[in-house]
Design a protein around this ligand. Structure first.
Ligand code: F6R
Length: 609
């Protein structure tokens, strides 16, 4: 939520901030702004709407100089407007701040600062920081930021510049993500590595309550008591091109097409052959701990929650460990009982989702061991987990999660298989055939991507309809819910993901010729029942798109349109089924002319509860 970029060095800060913000725009796009120090004065441009508007404003009236800080906003306090856009300035106009997060005690600070003569112009929580830094500034910017931060409650990552300290950029964080990029005679700050990857592959990942004093040639890291911190340089493991569209119309499309390769990378070194044990280095659990497990609680939000639904199913089915899955925001609300031997599996692409992080903390405080399944390395969730298994998807920039989902499911299945192996909970032949199925998945994913035109044709037939239902059962209930989420979030078509078994208990009343149903009926335990559900919908004149296996000779006669997927083990099928459903959502949204990479009201990394 919100993206920040900052630069100090000989080049134009505005240009570098703008380029970095473009790579962060997925974090919010309600408004944007940049401030630079130019001839000892702060100069600022702010606009409502997307970065294209900021780019235009900068072309009309360029900003010259450095250091500079930039921001792209996802509104929390105060509606999107120029005055509420960042950077925010102090009353004397000498200090500018950009912020990602929420300052919880801003009301009380605002009142106090107003009483002391500071003039507020916006409705934002962020503005208090600019005034606080002015209040404490006595010629030492880092000291002023340090003292200001001591007054704050909440979550934040800040970049701060001051016209009276023109050779410094100060950054600090608590709970919200922040990295410092290291160049030669120039340095950067950013909300994530992707924003500055084209400039440098070397970063410091900043921890909570760590303060950075950044000059052209140096970065000094300290804690809030100003004790120095030694930090290893992290080398970004993916090439600069990974954060670009690479010829695709949208990041979402590119990321859908990266799935086969990403699956190979995810399996490499972990599952080499069907008769070899699974190796998951980051898991950090001894065989004894795995054998002693009494319960596994999956928790996550949105798409990652759907991966958790598959995880729960596979964990019980294969590893025979009682398992639950909870939406992170709901888990907190219900104060769960955590018994000895409980493992929390926390799933998150970004590793920064506030609800998920707070659920992790609650479970940990109650005694659960925490293993997380993450994409972004060294994120907040990573740092608070006992073990981390990375999905190895590479950067995901499209707001709608695609490759992260299939890799979350794949990784979660590897964990369940590992547990099943150690606990000897499943017959060796069952484990062997599932491993074979997982080893085949990258090839099947590629086959499905090669069939994109077939899915596009189905999308063409339904792209004008306003209502849809996605039905699944068993392990593919998650696929139905994920398929519906993908469609609704990028196309704004009403889409409900539902258990097919629940149809008769209410939702079937919705069925009519104007609502299309996507029915997932791949081979497995629930296939016959799904065929029955399809017939019930057809009997009520509802159009049906069936999702079934290539060699199925029955289902084609039951449905209006078909999406075919190669046959595989039922437990593995959520991975393959997801791919054509992502493509279906993508093409429907594209045919409707929607802004696929930046759907309205959404942001990729949700760092507020
Ligand atoms: C939907 C989507 C979201 C995220 C959710 C959790 O396409 O991307 O539902 O899955 O906001 O985000 P992470 O995985 O970063 O914790």
């Amino acid at each position: 939520m919100c993206g920040i970029v900052g630069y100090i060095g000989p080049r134009s800060a505005a240009e570098i901030c703008l380029a970095g913000l473009k790579r962060l725009e997925y974090r919010g796009y309600d408004s944007a702004g940049v401030a630079v120090i130019s001839d000892g004065e702060l100069d600022v441009r702010k606009v409502v709407g997307k970065l294209a508007n900021l780019e235009e404003a900068l072309q009309a009236e360029p900003l010259v100089g450095a250091p500079g800080i930039g921001h792209t906003r996802w509104a929390t306090h105060g509606k999107p407007s120029v005055v509420n856009s960042h950077p925010h300035l102090s009353t004397n106009g000498r200090i500018a701040v950009v912020h990602n997060g929420i300052i919880e005690n801003y009301g009380e600070l605002r009142e106090q600062l107003t009483g002391e003569g500071h003039k507020f112009v916006s409705q934002t929580d962020t503005e208090v920081m600019a005034h606080l830094v002015q209040k404490y500034y006595e010629g030492d910017l880092r000291e002023a930021v340090r003292r200001a931060v001591l007054d704050l409650e909440g979550a934040f990552a800040f970049g701060v510049i001051c016209a009276d300290s023109p050779d410094e950029l100060v950054a600090v964080r608590r709970f919200s993500p922040l990295v410092i990029g290291l160049g030669e005679g120039e340095n950067y700050i950013a909300s994530d590595m992707g924003a500055i990857r084209p400039e440098t592959d070397k970063v410091y990942v900043i921890g909570d309550d760590e303060l950075a004093l950044i000059t052209r040639d140096d970065v000094e890291l300290t804690d809030l008591a100003l004790d120095p911190i030694e930090r290893e340089v992290f080398v970004i493991p993916w090439p600069a091109a990974a954060a670009q569209k690479g010829g695709h119309k949208h990041f979402m499309h590119k990321e859908i097409h990266e799935q086969a390769d990403a699956m190979h990378a995810c399996l490499a070194g972990r599952l080499s052959a069907p008769d070899q044990p699974i190796v998951l280095e980051g898991l950090a659990m001894s065989e004894r701990e795995i054998k002693d497990l009494r319960k596994v609680v999956f928790t996550a939000c949105g798409t990652a929650y759907h991966a958790g639904m598959v995880g729960r199913f596979v964990m019980e089915n294969l590893a025979q460990v009682p398992a639950e899955v909870d939406l992170a925001a709901e888990l907190r609300a219900r104060d769960p009982v955590v018994l000895d031997g409980t493992l929390a599996v926390v799933i998150s692409q970004s590793g920064e989702t506030a609800d998920t992080l707070v659920a992790l903390r609650d479970l940990k405080a109650k005694g659960a061991k925490v293993v997380s399944v993450l994409n972004v390395v060294d994120s907040s969730i990573a740092r608070e987990s006992d073990g981390v298994v990375y999905i190895q998807a590479g950067p995901e920039i499209g707001v709608a999660s695609t490759k992260a989902y299939t890799l979350q499911v794949l990784t979660t299945e590897l964990i369940a298989l590992r547990f099943a192996e150690v606990r000897q909970a499943a017959e060796p032949a069952v484990l062997r055939s599932l491993k074979e199925a997982l080893l085949d998945v990258p090839q099947q994913a590629q086959e499905l991507l090669d069939r994109e035109d077939d899915v596009r044709a189905v999308a063409q037939a339904y792209c004008q309809m306003a209502n849809s239902l996605f039905l699944g059962r068993g392990v593919n209930l998650a696929s139905a819910m994920e398929g519906a989420l993908k469609l609704k979030e990028i196309s704004y078509v009403h889409a409900e993901g539902y258990s097919a078994g629940e149809m008769k208990h209410g939702p079937i009343a919705l069925v009519d010729p104007n609502l299309f149903t996507v029915a997932i009926a791949v081979a497995g335990e629930v296939y016959e029942k799904m065929i029955g559900n399809i017939q019930e919908i057809k009997a009520r004149s509802g159009p049906v798109i069936g999702v079934a296996n290539d060699n199925d000779t029955v289902i084609g006669n039951e449905c209006d349109h078909m999406i075919w997927v190669p046959p595989c083990a039922e437990l593995v099928s959520p991975i393959t089924v997801a791919i054509p459903l992502q493509l279906l959502a993508y093409h429907i949204a594209d045919m409707r002319g929607e802004d696929i990479d930046q759907p309205r009201n959404l942001a990729k990394t949700v760092t507020v509860e």
